[in-house]
Design a protein around this ligand. Structure first.
Ligand SMILES: [Zn+2]
Ligand SMILES: [Zn+2]
Length: 177
């Protein structure tokens, strides 16, 4: 983790996840070249001439100035408005094939860890179990096919891994191209 970057409670290492990259680019909000630039989603109706530095994300200035959000509020039902706004307006989003969304645990938004395959997911059995249940509920009733799908995560379909900021349990959802 880079000690230089602002602290994001809900996205603790945006460099590892690929959402923030080292770059000489100038920030579209503060016009400074901080050495780091945000590369993932930003939803706004306004014209933005470039990308943002992590500091303009952290203090809310980018979202405020361009009336935009880094993340859709889908999935964030049940958290306070304060948490909702911290995730959608002051937290880096992430790259995904489908519309990215956030997961919630213990009435708080979870922290996004990154996109993972089966190997990393298997290191967190609770996340794998939760995903298995969600997929079953979602219609994958054939146990053998379901296990095949899970063990091939990382090849085409992947999993988005989160960690609960309250109890520390890992949770995930699947993303496919
Ligand atoms: Zn900036
Ligand atoms: Zn929890």
């Amino acid at each position: 983790m880079s000690p230089e970057l602002p602290v994001f409670r809900y996205h603790p290492d945006p460099i590892a996840s690929g959402s923030v990259r080292e770059s000489a680019e100038t920030c579209a909000c503060c016009d400074r070249a901080t050495g780091w630039i945000y590369t993932a989603t930003f939803y706004t109706a306004e014209d933005v001439s470039g990308r943002f530095c992590p500091w303009c994300i952290a203090d809310g200035s980018a979202a405020g100035r361009f009336a935009g959000e880094f993340m859709d509020s889908y999935g964030l039902a049940g958290v306070s408005e304060e948490i909702l706004h911290e995730v959608t307006r002051r937290t880096p989003g992430f790259h995904a094939w489908q519309d990215p969304h956030w997961l919630v645990h213990c009435d708080d938004a979870a922290a996004f860890i990154g996109e993972v395959g089966y190997g990393e997911l298997a290191a967190h059995p609770e996340a794998l179990d939760q995903l298995r249940q969600d997929l079953r509920v979602g219609g994958r009733h054939d146990a053998a096919l379901l296990e095949q799908f899970l063990t091939h995560l990382g090849e085409g379909a992947t999993a988005m891994l989160f960690r609960c900021t309250v109890c520390g349990t890992h949770l995930a959802y699947t993303d496919a191209s």
